[in-house]
Design a binder for this molecule. Structure first.
Ligand code: ATP
Ligand code: MG
Length: 575
């Protein structure tokens, strides 16, 4: 666990739970749950909820956290998503033991609960259409109108509900509603729908059911069935709490789960709603749920994010009562910190330019020693082959450089990292007149990168030996969306308009040092001077594919430092 996690201050939810435990509420027990709907893949917002629920359970003696799939909406839910979510939660580092549950396991029980409410005169079958129900629901300023079917007898309701269950009626022809108060200022209490008819295949119960409970009827009761003590959810459920409490009260369920709401995590330059993410995937704007540009856990993982960095990010952003948006740069900061400590350094050239050392003998290979990670001596050193023909980065050469350009130019001397000083003595052009090759000399006295005469150079370049280099495809990513809050669009506009057309750049002709021949899929490496890169599953035996996880420049550290200076804290953020 990183330091961010261990020094976490107590948030308001932890304070509530701690107080409850001290007072012996819920018998002093702590049972939480993470309740995903299997209608898409998990995103970084879910990671926050996962870290919170599993985290709190782990901090109290005997605390438990269940993984429960809220699978009440069969038309959009699939077994593939169930499996992907299980895999993601486990990858993130959490364990639910044998407490894997599905709301669909409670369908019988929920049906009994619903029948009980009908018997108490607290629920009725409504024959109005969805449009009629909506039209009669009133608004924030106007009360709703009672359904003409509201006063059906208990027997008639029981009979109709049984026939709904038996599949006698068409979809949308009837619903079961709670009978509460159509004039309530709390909209969720205006005779909410409890059950609807859906003639669809459910990924677990298959064709057993023609009726499905609404999320609002299922959720609180599922919590009660599992003995959840603290039902932690996001703010949009605040307005549903009175309804959940009403159901639990009417059904006389004990013990009562206690709902606590917190603010959703929002990230800049991306969308987080599963509906929008699904649209991006289905319409092919990205390559799949695991596209490295998406804020999904699969995407972040493919991009090279570690589980530890995501946990540390979630701990760092804290738990709030009010919605806010976190800079994407802050997420990048968390992975950069992790990889800085753990990723081995290598040299790779993204846009190669050939460099030939005229005074270096042909056919000779000089094995040079390179440090694997200056942050961690225990990671040791490796040998990197140096030869007469190298590649350097095209950007590291300018024929006619401006004053502040300290890299290679005609007549200039620079250091090749871990190797020698080289001086450019000429250029070779291709048919189009472009620079195709640099001719250089090297100083054999500077092996290892220092001149014995104390002579200095201003630039140090990375390089790879041309005959030894491996070819690779490198994918560079930028924000998927240009606007900070792409989901916030005017009516008639689409969030798709904010897509950044340059969010993916594929470099097909990169050259990487031969030590990467053994790099395994998913492993992370710092390409010196360029950033952190992760081996993509698209890699084949003779051609590696890399995703740039993040560049080396830490914009978040800069923002944080400026904020600290402004606040007069005077502290320095360590980089
Ligand atoms: P979406 O709007 O993306 O579809 P959802 O809330 O419908 O999200 P669920 O699968 O129902 O998705 O979410 C499971 C749990 O994760 C819920 O408890 C929900 O409150 C929480 N959660 C979802 N999104 C976020 C977020 N952005 N930040 C924190 N928690 C979240
Ligand atoms: Mg939901």
């Amino acid at each position: 666990m990183s330091t961010d996690e261990s020094v976490r201050s107590k948030d308001f939810i932890r304070s509530i739970v701690e107080r409850d435990v001290q007072r012996g509420k819920h018998g002093g027990r702590v049972v939480t749950r993470f309740p995903p709907e299997p209608n898409g893949c998990l995103h970084i917002g879910h990671a926050k909820a996962i870290c919170l629920n599993f985290g709190i359970a782990s901090e109290f003696p005997g605390g438990l956290c269940n993984l429960r799939f809220d699978d009440t909406n069969p038309s959009t839910e699939t077994t593939e998503h169930v499996e992907a979510i299980i895999d993601d939660v486990r990858w993130l580092g959490f364990d639910w033991g044998d407490r894997l549950y599905f709301t669909s396991d409670y369908f019988e029980q929920l049906h009994v609960f619903a029948s009980r409410l009908i018997q108490k005169g607290k629920a009725f079958v409504d024959d109005q259409s969805a449009d009629e129900i909506r039209a009669n629901n009133g608004s924030l300023t106007e009360p709703g109108r009672d359904s003409p079917y509201r006063d059906r007898s208990v027997d008639e309701n029981l009979d109709l509900f049984a026939r709904m269950k038996a599949g006698e009626f068409e979809e949308g022809s009837r619903v079961l509603r709670a009978k509460i108060d159509m004039a309530s200022p709390i909209l969720t209490l205006r005779d909410p729908i409890m059950y609807r008819i859906q003639r669809v295949h459910h990924h677990r119960t298959e064709t057993d059911w023609y009726i499905y409970p609404m999320y609002d009827f299922a959720h609180g009761q599922s919590d009660a069935i599992e003995g959840i003590t603290h039902s932690i959810c996001t703010l949009e459920f605040q307005g549903h709490r009175p309804l959940y409490d009403w159901f639990i009260e009417q059904l006389e369920l004990e013990p009562r789960p206690q709902q606590i709401e917190f603010a959703r995590l929002n990230l800049s330059h991306t969308v987080m709603s599963k509906r929008l993410l699904r649209q991006l995937v289905d319409e092919g704007h990205v390559r799949g749920w695991d596209d490295p540009r998406l804020p999904t856990l699969r995407g972040l993982r493919r991009r090279g994010y570690t589980a530890a960095s995501i946990r540390s990010f979630c701990a760092g952003v804290g738990v709030a009562k009010r919605d806010n948006t976190i800079e994407l740069a802050r997420l990048e900061h968390s992975i950069r910190q992790d990889l800085n400590l753990h990723a081995p350094r290598v040299m790779a050239v993204l846009r190669p330019l050939k460099l030939v050392i005229e005074n270096f003998p042909e056919g000779v290979v000089d094995e040079l020693e390179a440090v694997n990670n200056p942050e961690d001596e225990s990671m040791g050193t490796r040998s990197v082959p140096f030869s007469r023909e190298l590649y350097i980065e095209r950007d590291d050469f300018m024929e006619d450089p401006p004053k502040k350009f300290f890299r290679l130019a005609p007549g200039r001397e620079v250091r090749l990292r871990y190797a020698y000083f080289v001086t450019c003595i000429g250029v070779v052009r291709d048919a189009a007149g472009e620079v195709a090759e640099l001719r250089c000399t090297y100083d054999p006295e500077t092996r290892g990168g220092d001149a014995p005469d104390g002579r200095k150079v201003k630039g140090t370049l990375h390089w790879v030996s041309a005959p030894h280099a491996l070819s690779a495809e490198v994918r560079l990513y930028e924000h998927l969306f240009t606007p900070e809050d792409p989901a916030n669009v005017a009516e008639g506009e689409s969030f798709l308009d904010g897509l950044n057309r340059d969010s993916l750049q594929i470099l097909g002709d990169a050259k990487v040092e031969p030590s990467l021949a053994d790099a395994v899929v998913g492993s992370s490496h710092q390409f010196e001077r360029l950033g952190y890169f992760c081996v993509d599953p698209d890699s084949t035996g003779d051609r590696l594919a890399f995703n740039r996880t993040v560049t080396l420049r830490d914009t978040w550290a800069k923002i944080a430092k400026q904020a600290m200076t402004r606040a007069g804290a005077g502290g320095k953020e360590k980089r």
